[in-house]
Ligand binder design. Structure first.
Ligand SMILES: NC(=O)c1ccc[n+]([C@@H]2O[C@H](COP(=O)([O-])OP(=O)(O)OC[C@H]3O[C@@H](n4cnc5c(N)ncnc54)[C@H](O)[C@@H]3O)[C@@H](O)[C@H]2O)c1
Length: 436
């Protein structure tokens, strides 16, 4: 009996040595996480999270672009200021720079859900004719724009439609005084551009120097708006960028011509000596809405005179030639140049060549066929011919003008008509700005 009470479990139970766990299923390591994800709709929550993150980055994409100090990458010295340099070191930088991701995104690929981040850009002279159109394009592209202008020839009205936009700032400032701003790019346009104004207040070389200093300090890319006037009264026709020009250094126009030539020199010196990333545009005659009325430039003169039923004043015999580019073409060229990899200088102009008399005829056709022409003695040092060779710009930045004079002029005429007759207040402001 007693022996029956003895525990015999050890006989029936398997010993610990002989224990064998459940056989492992071969796909368990794969299926287990999947089961885990599918259970309690965890996968659904993961997808919802991704969707929310994508939405947030899409709706609020404009956090400031990380500051990029490119100096360390720009040790290449460029021997010749008139050659066109595809600089390898700059190429690496430029795609990241363009996207506003700085060096954080060297591949240039935009991650899913992230839009291009806006750049911080200064436009000096941004309340002027060309500057205000440039500002419109930059704001439309999603950049943050700071306009620096002393309103010598510019007008608040040219940029007022951006007031209230958090991506827009306007600073009344004369660029002859230094200025500190954290920016990625500087478009330097501040400079009186018409003879009436630059003879009164000559081109400021000091302003260019200050803006180059700013570019150096903050590592911004700098674009100089130079001019076809650097070719003076050219002995080469059409003018190529390699032509060094024929400028009277002591003439009445030389404050402008030589001022811009000096500005180009300084720009290249800052590039060679301090590694500043620079771009140089040589702009040929440009016209369009928002030009100063009565500022002595030929297209605005003719248009205003024809609208007011005054005779069109032609200086000299009217056979001197110019080429006329519509402002939207120029702005496209400036932006391509800034974003591209070549320093320049690049001619930006419309190669269509017109004598002053031909221009007067187009103005007559567009505004008033009965408009009279009045001849006056020619002004001193007026160049005889001007026509850009734009093959460089075509080849290297893929740019050429699209708007012909006959298409562009009516757009300017309706703006002038409105400013001269439609809104007297605005028209009088314009005149005040011009004569100040
Ligand atoms: N429009 C053209 O046909 C043409 C041709 C060649 C070159 N450019 C160059 O393009 C640039 C823009 O010309 P634009 O036609 O728009 O002339 P604009 O006179 O309409 O614009 C120049 C702007 O710069 C501002 N400005 C002038 N001096 C300044 C200073 N010291 N500080 C701050 N702001 C100042 C003016 O108030 C104005 O808003 C100029 O540098 C000009 O030399 C223009």
């Amino acid at each position: 009996m007693g022996s029956e009470l003895i525990y015999r479990g050890s006989e029936t139970q398997p010993s610990s040595d002989s224990y064998s766990p459940k056989p492992v299923k071969p796909w368990a390591s794969v299926t287990r996480p999947i089961h885990y994800l599918l259970r309690e709709q965890r996968l659904l929550f993961v997808f919802i999270g991704i969707a929310i993150a994508t939405l947030i980055f899409t709706v609020f994409p404009t956090s400031p672009a990380p500051y990029v100090a490119p100096h360390s990458r720009f040790t290449t010295l460029i021997p010749d200021s008139i050659t066109y340099f595809p600089i390898e070191t700059q190429q690496k930088f430029s795609s990241a720079h363009r996207l506003g991701f700085g060096s954080a995104n060297p591949t240039g690929k935009i991650p899913l859900g992230l839009k291009r981040k806006g750049l911080r850009i200064v436009v000096t002279g941004g309340a002027g004719f060309v500057g205000s159109h440039l500002v419109d394009r930059l704001i439309a592209r999603g950049d943050s724009v700071i306009v620096v202008d002393n309103f010598f020839t510019g007008r608040k009205q040219n940029v007022m439609h951006h007031f209230g936009n958090p991506n827009f700032e306007l600073i009344r400032h004369d660029v002859v005084e230094p200025l500190l701003l954290e920016v990625d790019q500087i478009y330097h346009l501040a400079c009186p551009a018409s003879p009436v104004h630059y003879k009164f207040n000559p081109t400021n070389v000091v302003g260019t120097l200050n803006m180059l200093g700013l570019a150096k300090r903050v590592g911004a890319r700098f674009l100089l708006t130079s001019t076809s006037e650097v070719y003076g009264d050219p002995l080469q026709h059409p003018q190529k960028e390699t032509y060094w020009g024929n400028v009277n250094p002591i003439g009445v126009r030389s404050c402008y011509d030589e001022g811009k030539r000096t500005a180009e020199t300084l720009t290249m010196d800052y590039h060679r000596g301090a590694g500043v990333e620079v771009r140089i545009a040589r702009i040929f005659n440009t016209y369009g809405p928002r030009m100063c009325i009565d500022d002595g430039r030929v297209v605005s003169n003719f248009v205003a005179q024809a609208l007011r039923k005054e005779p069109l004043t032609v200086y000299g015999d009217g056979k001197q030639t110019r080429s006329f580019q519509y402002v939207s073409d120029l702005v496209e060229g400036l932006m391509r140049l800034m974003e591209g990899e070549h320093i320049g200088p690049f001619n930006l102009g419309n190669p269509g060549e017109f004598t002053m008399l031909e221009l007067a005829e187009v103005v007559q056709e567009t505004i008033d066929p009965n408009a009279k022409i009045e001849f006056r003695p020619n002004t001193e040092d007026d160049p005889h011919k001007r026509k850009p060779d734009i093959s460089r710009a075509k080849e290297l930045i893929g740019w050429e003008p699209k708007v012909s004079l006959r298409k562009g002029l009516p757009l300017m005429v309706s703006d002038f008509r409105q400013r001269i007759f439609g809104d007297h207040k605005e028209g009088s402001n314009t005149n005040n700005a011009s004569s100040s």
